[in-house]
Write a protein that binds this ligand. Structure first.
Ligand SMILES: NC(=O)c1ccc[n+]([C@@H]2O[C@H](COP(=O)([O-])OP(=O)(O)OC[C@H]3O[C@@H](n4cnc5c(N)ncnc54)[C@H](OP(=O)(O)O)[C@@H]3O)[C@@H](O)[C@H]2O)c1
Length: 299
């Protein structure tokens, strides 16, 4: 069945690809963005801090996919940046709640991005969706973001929260950041290199969002990861596919702490997350082996 889908933050890494995929599947798509975008779909401008929003954007929309949020790894975590990371997610979700509550609409499904950062860092166990949240900064942000999304359920709208792992894409995100030094012959594992990275190919992530649009039996939280590998395994596999040597020693943790500040905890620690719940809905990953995912992206 064709849906009319409103996507927030659609100009980003996931939103651009997801828009293309949903259009290919014959859905109709509109965007909410902070700036007017000229593109293949109609964009409505919103301002989450002034509360400016055009309710006509909701006309005919039955599904909202909420991706908007300030980039977690784009800038150092100063107090004002941390505030922006949190509020760009919580206030945008609150604005969507108010807009849905105060305007007639046909929205039946609200699918929000979330992150495996919800669980915090712990490599002893494999996290499942019923596990509680961690207590570091990203875990607190994710928890509050999900709590705002859950309120939309009070409006009789199905709420799905996709807890996304590290997205593998050539065009941006963590992989592009890791590939850059490798391409300049100065790549090497970070810290001990043993920290676990739970990852997903961007194509598989888009397929999970698409399944969540179509399948009304899907609700609540779902982990979106295909597999996990150590940081050293990812760096070495990436170097192999890029045909570049890794000859430098690991970047020491203290150097990363100096360069990245508090944000270094994100690259020096990891977690392993289960994908059994989404698989039990009948979802099949196209890429469940790191080497195959990288070969698809770089060959
Ligand atoms: N990529 C990953 O590995 C990953 C992993 C886990 C979770 N996620 C989550 O998935 C969502 C989408 O990820 P992505 O990689 O596509 O992110 P992205 O490339 O950074 O795009 C996010 C979009 O959010 C909007 N945005 C940025 N700053 C904002 C602000 N201060 N206030 C309101 N909106 C703002 C922008 O859209 P406009 O300029 O059009 O408004 C931007 O294009 C994010 O919330 C992210 O946290 C991503």
């Amino acid at each position: 069945m064709a849906h009319k889908i409103l996507i927030t933050g659609a100009s980003g890494l996931i939103g651009q690809k997801l828009t293309d995929e949903l259009i290919k599947l014959r859905h109709s798509v509109v965007h909410f963005s902070r700036t007017l975008q000229q593109g293949k779909v109609k964009t409505f401008v919103w301002n989450i801090f002034s509360g400016e929003v055009d309710p006509t954007a909701l006309e005919g929309v039955d599904t909202i996919i909420h991706l908007a949020g300030a980039g977690i790894a784009d800038k150092r975590w100063t107090p004002s940046r941390k505030k922006e990371i949190l509020e760009s997610r919580t206030r945008s979700t609150q604005l969507l709640f108010e807009t849905l509550k105060n305007n007639s609409n046909q929205v039946r499904s609200f699918i929000s991005a979330s992150a495996i950062g919800y669980y915090g860092f712990n490599e002893e166990k494999i996290f499942v969706e019923t596990d509680g949240p961690g207590n570091d900064f990203l875990a607190c942000v994710t928890q509050r973001w999900e709590a705002e999304a859950d309120k939309i359920n009070e409006l009789g709208i199905r709420v799905v929260k996709i807890r996304i792992g590290i997205v593998l894409s050539k065009r941006g995100g963590a992989l592009a950041k890791m590939a850059k030094p490798i391409n300049y012959f100065v790549g090497s594992p970070l810290g001990t290199g043993k920290q676990m990275m739970s990852w997903i190919h961007l194509d598989d992530l888009c397929s999970i969002f698409s399944k969540a649009v179509d399948d009304a039996k899907i609700y609540g939280a779902y982990n979106a990861i295909a597999g996990w590998n150590t940081n050293a395994e990812v760096i070495n596999a990436l170097a192999k596919i890029l045909n570049k040597p890794i000859w430098l020693p690991n970047v020491p943790a203290f150097a990363l702490k100096m360069i990245l500040g508090k944000m270094s905890e994100m690259v020096l620690n990891g977690s392993r997350v289960s994908s059994e719940k989404i698989k039990n809905t009948g979802f099949h990953f196209k890429f469940s082996k790191l080497e195959e995912a990288l070969a698809d992206l770089f060959n």
